[in-house]
Design a protein around this ligand. Structure first.
Ligand SMILES: [Zn+2]
Ligand SMILES: [Zn+2]
Length: 81
């Protein structure tokens, strides 16, 4: 099951499970749309994979299958290269 991380790794902004603003790579590194576009050119800084729109999990499903609460914040990896 996809890990829905609660925040952007670059700017620490909250990204709830139903957010349309979340971007994710195949390893589930998670960023907001603003960082993905302006800082990362839609490439994950950790694995160089593409960042795509994270599918939303409907609120009813979040009750049974809650989003991850582990915040990952690595601003050092997000500098424009
Ligand atoms: Zn961000
Ligand atoms: Zn990645």
């Amino acid at each position: 099951m996809l890990q829905l991380r609660p925040n952007c790794e670059c700017c620490n902004r909250d990204l709830p499970g139903e957010s349309t603003d979340a971007r994710i790579c195949s390893f589930e590194c998670t960023f907001c749309s603003t960082c993905a576009q302006t800082k990362l050119s839609n490439r994950c800084p950790n694995c160089s994979g593409e960042l795509v729109v994270r599918p939303r999990r409907p609120a009813a499903k979040l009750v049974q299958h809650p989003a991850s609460t582990e915040r990952i914040y690595k601003p050092a990896g997000c500098a424009r290269t």
